[in-house]
Structure formats: structure tokens, C-alpha cells
Design a protein around this ligand. Structure first.
Ligand code: FAD
Length: 383
């Protein structure tokens, strides 16, 4: 694609900021629009970079800064609803020889933004409100502040509920897979006294993960069965979480009842997005906007980073149409495997029947730890 081309990137998350770095460093003129008022406004849960995303981050020279912010979690333990230990994993052993770091999402974004901020123009509290393909090479975009501009390419990196997807694609082109689960995540004081550790508490219809953070706080993620399909308003989130865990053991309740209703908290439904083509004209979708796999895949951030890297590296040498095809060829085979595998796996995370619950807990208790070590090592080695 011609150097100097103006490229709109909507969304300053992992995918969008990675695009800004690749494109800005290679002579393009990216404009990043982000609906949040600043870069640190997103959640602080742990995500990991491994495989190709690790190598691309290294190629961009970001590894030293990312490693400095590694959560340094060395172990994980899994417990049943009565608190008995089912499985222990030693991460130092598990990830020996694997390119892998764990870092909170806000910290990845800080490192990405540090690298990207001089390479693009940023407009916060803004979003595209209308997109029109002017001809085969130009897209006219109208923004929420009323401005109108032409771009050579539009990248939709605006996450699960992507506005670019809604503006450029027909509703009938998008398949929504609801997993029937809801997630909440927030930080609190380290009341569990965890040290460099993940602790999974697995009930039948719900679970809770606690983990230690670099800042001394305790991270928590809750996952439970739910028919909820609409985003939950902020002022109702604590009530819904409390109701969903009202008959849980005190361990869960101590964490949940730590806060007042006013404390901000991340809450969402688990929803996968499937679209036959990730591009249309001069508009292309990346990351969760194109193919959200949900947190249960454990690979959403990794994949968003790889998407951005394949697409942008190709744009340096090729026309957009060729680059879109290249990006789809590289990414679609793995996404097509991960999405259904994650849906299947969800049934084991939150078993619907007592029999499945029994099999899950027994497998974790009686299969050798080496079985799980091999499983996780393979998963994080291949992306
Ligand atoms: C609790 C939890 C745990 C997770 N754990 C892992 C893990 O272990 N490993 C892993 O790889 N992944 C994990 N994920 C998934 C991972 O966070 C996402 O898949 C990844 O962040 C997707 O990146 P993205 O850039 O596509 O989208 P996002 O990170 O969602 O970024 C989208 C950006 O677009 C902005 N935006 C949205 N709409 C608009 C708009 N209309 N206009 C302008 N800007 C807009 C948003 O504010 C945001 O900044 C987890 C997710 C959750 C919720």
C-alpha cells in the first residue's frame, strides 16, 4: 500500500495500538479513535502473550518493557467447592522453554501506547458514526463529533461490540454464539494473602479465580451460568453478582462483599463472534471485533496482536486486498479451531449436570499433574 496513506484505526486496545506501531513505523499516517477518555480506562485482568504474539512483540522491541511488568505468577492451584485441592501447577516448570509472559491488560496497553503515541494521531472520546465506501480506494467516515474525513483504509479494532462491524457489515453476516455465561472482574486488597499465585475455586455452576498482582492487590474473576444477553448497566452489576453467588461459601462472599455498589466493575456476557469474511471494501476487522473467542480461550489478546502484525506487515509491501486475503489465510484456520473448542470447553468449566461436575473434579484430582502440564504447554506453545 502507498506509504503516507491515511488509515483510520478505531479502538486503542491491543489490536489497535499494535496496528498504530507497525503502520506508524513504516511511513503510513494512522489516526486512532478511541471512545474512552484515555488509554488506561480498561480492565486490569491478567492476559498472556505467547507464541507468535511474543515473537512479534519482540520484533517491535517491546519485550524488555513487557517483561518488567510481568505479573510473576509462579503457580496455580485448583480447589473444589469444599476447598479441597484438586490440582497444583508449577508455572516455572510448565512454561520452561516456552515464550510466555503474563501481564495485566492495562499494563500491556501502557507499554503499547508508550511505543505508539508518537506514531499516530489520537482522538479520545470519539467514535465513527457513519462509514461510506466512496470508491474502491476511499472510505468516507463521519465521527460522533460531527467531523467528516476520507481515509484510504479503515481498521475496526473496537472489540466485541465493534461499531465498525455494525456500520460496515450487515447484521445477517454476523453469527453470535452466546455461551450462556457471565463474567465479572475487579481488584481488591489482597485479603487472601496470595503470593505470586493463581487460585481457582470451582463450584458446579460458577467459579472464582483469585490472583496476586504486581501492585500488591488481589485480582478476581467470577464466571457463572446466566441467560443474560444484554450488557448489564453499571449500577446493577454488584447486585447481579451478589445474587448469583448468594448461596456460595463464605470464601466467595468475602471477596464479593468487599465493595459498595458505586465501585466500578467489569461485567459482560461470554459471546463469540463469527463472520465469513473479515473485510469488506476498504474496511477490515481485527481481534475481538472480527472473531471474539471469549476469555475461556485464553488467547484473545495474543490473537489480536498476531492479527495486527500479519495485516500490517503485509500492508507494507502489498495492496490492501492482497493483505486482507493474506491475513485471513494466516488467521482463519486457528480461529476456526479455537472457537468451537472453547464452546466445548465451556461445558467443563461450568458443568451443567452433576455427572459432568463429578467427572471434571475427579479428572483434576486423579489424572497426573503431568497430563495438565502437557496440555497447557502445548496450548501456549502453538499460537
Ligand atoms: C476477564 C478476562 C480475562 C481474559 N484473559 C485473557 C487471557 O488470559 N489471554 C488472552 O489472550 N486474552 C484474554 N482475554 C481476552 C482479551 O482481553 C481480549 O480478547 C483482547 O483484549 C481483545 O483485544 P482487542 O484489541 O481486539 O479488543 P479490546 O481489548 O476490547 O479493545 C477494543 C478497544 O476499542 C475501544 N472501543 C470500543 N468501541 C469503540 C467505539 N465505538 N469507538 C471507539 N473505540 C471503541 C474500547 O474502548 C477498547 O479500547 C480476557 C478477557 C477478559 C474479559
Amino acid at each position: 500500500m502507498k506509504k503516507n496513506s491515511r488509515i483510520l484505526i478505531q479502538g486503542a486496545g491491543v489490536a489497535g495500538l499494535a496496528c498504530a506501531i507497525w503502520l506508524g513505523r513504516n511511513g503510513f499516517r494512522p489516526v486512532v479513535v478511541e471512545k474512552a477518555p484515555d488509554i488506561r480506562a480498561t480492565g486490569g485482568f491478567v492476559i498472556c502473550l505467547s507464541g507468535a504474539s511474543y515473537r512479534f512483540a519482540d520484533e517491535l522491541g517491546m519485550m524488555p518493557a513487557l517483561k518488567q511488568r510481568d505479573t510473576d505468577i509462579y503457580s496455580a492451584s485448583y480447589h473444589n467447592s469444599k476447598g479441597s485441592t484438586l490440582l497444583r501447577l508449577d508455572y516455572k516448570e510448565l512454561f520452561k522453554g516456552v515464550d510466555f509472559i503474563q501481564i495485566t491488560r492495562d499494563e500491556i496497553e501502557i507499554v503499547l501506547y508508550e511505543n505508539a503515541k508518537e506514531l499516530a494521531e489520537y482522538r479520545f472520546s470519539t467514535s465513527a458514526s457513519k462509514i461510506e465506501q466512496v470508491d474502491s480506494n476511499k472510505v468516507q467516515v463521519e465521527f460522533t463529533d460531527g467531523k467528516q474525513e476520507e481515509f484510504d483504509l479503515v481498521i475496526g479494532a473496537d472489540g466485541l461490540y465493534s461499531t465498525i462491524r455494525k456500520l460496515a457489515f450487515e447484521e445477517s453476516e454476523v453469527i453470535n454464539h452466546y455461551l450462556g455465561l457471565q463474567v465479572a472482574a475487579f481488584k481488591l486488597e489482597n485479603i487472601a494473602g496470595l503470593d505470586h499465585k493463581f487460585e481457582y475455586h470451582m463450584d458446579r455452576n460458577r467459579y472464582m479465580v483469585l490472583y496476586s498482582n504486581r501492585d500488591g492487590k488481589l485480582g478476581s474473576v467470577f464466571l457463572w451460568k446466566s441467560d443474560q444477553r444484554n450488557p448489564v448497566p453499571i449500577d446493577q452489576r454488584w447486585r447481579i453478582l451478589r445474587e448469583s453467588y448468594q448461596d456460595a461459601s463464605p470464601l466467595y462472599k468475602n471477596v464479593i462483599e468487599h465493595f459498595s455498589d458505586e465501585t466500578p466493575m467489569y461485567m459482560d456476557n461470554l459471546l463469540q463472534i463469527e463472520i465469513k469474511k473479515w473485510h469488506k471494501g476498504r474496511v477490515v476487522l481485527l481481534g475481538d471485533a472480527a472473531h471474539c473467542m471469549t476469555l475461556l480461550s485464553g488467547q484473545g489478546a495474543t490473537t489480536a496482536f498476531i492479527d495486527a502484525s500479519h495485516l500490517c506487515k503485509s500492508l507494507i509491501a502489498h495492496e490492501p486486498e492482497q493483505s486482507f486475503e493474506y491475513y485471513e489465510q494466516k488467521m482463519r484456520p486457528s480461529i476456526s479451531k479455537i472457537q468451537p473448542a472453547t464452546r466445548k470447553g465451556a461445558k467443563w468449566y461450568i458443568p451443567e449436570t452433576r455427572a459432568r461436575h463429578f467427572v471434571r473434579d475427579s479428572a483434576m484430582r486423579y489424572l497426573p499433574d503431568s497430563y495438565f502440564m502437557r496440555h497447557f504447554k502445548k496450548k501456549y506453545s502453538r499460537v
